[in-house]
Design a protein. Structure first.
Length: 146
């Protein structure tokens, strides 16, 4: 992945983890390059055939498969923590022009146990997209992911 894309993703992720929701210059640049507000990476219940997939009914679009790096585990619900050099975790990737208008409702649905961050999504060894993903507020550890 181009170094500057990773740096931008890490900057946005750090801000979101610190509780800052305002759009930074890094987020604006990722939006310009990747239209990231129109992408959602789902590793759990929002994915096709997931029990909460209906929450995306107002977001028609195209689904792909890809991977993100980090740790996934099962608690009451599936949880994930982005780790730059973590193992690859399969995700479903939605591209929908309707997503930007649905983020407030999706954020409310996900609640306080998750925060929306931006992550690079891979297909093989190629960067495919920079997408929104709901990360667990309480981080998933490598030991928990096993």
């Amino acid at each position: 992945m181009p170094f500057d894309v990773l740096q931008l993703v890490l900057e946005v992720t750090a801000a979101r983890r610190a509780g800052r929701r305002d759009a930074s210059a890094a987020e604006h640049e990722l939006e310009r390059r990747f239209a990231s507000s129109a992408w959602l990476a789902s590793y759990g219940s929002l994915a096709p055939d997931g029990r909460n997939h209906g929450e995306l009914a107002r977001c028609p679009g195209t689904w792909w498969q890809g991977t993100v790096t980090g740790y996934r585990a099962e608690r009451q619900w599936p949880v994930f923590t982005f780790v730059e050099r973590g193992p690859h975790v399969p995700v479903w990737l939605l591209h929908s022009r309707e997503l930007p208008g649905q983020w407030p409702a999706l954020d409310a649905f996900e609640g306080d146990e998750y925060r929306r961050i931006l992550v690079p999504v891979w297909q093989g060894d190629q960067l495919f997209a920079v997408a929104n993903l709901y990360e667990a507020v309480i981080p998933v550890t490598a030991a928990e992911a096993r």
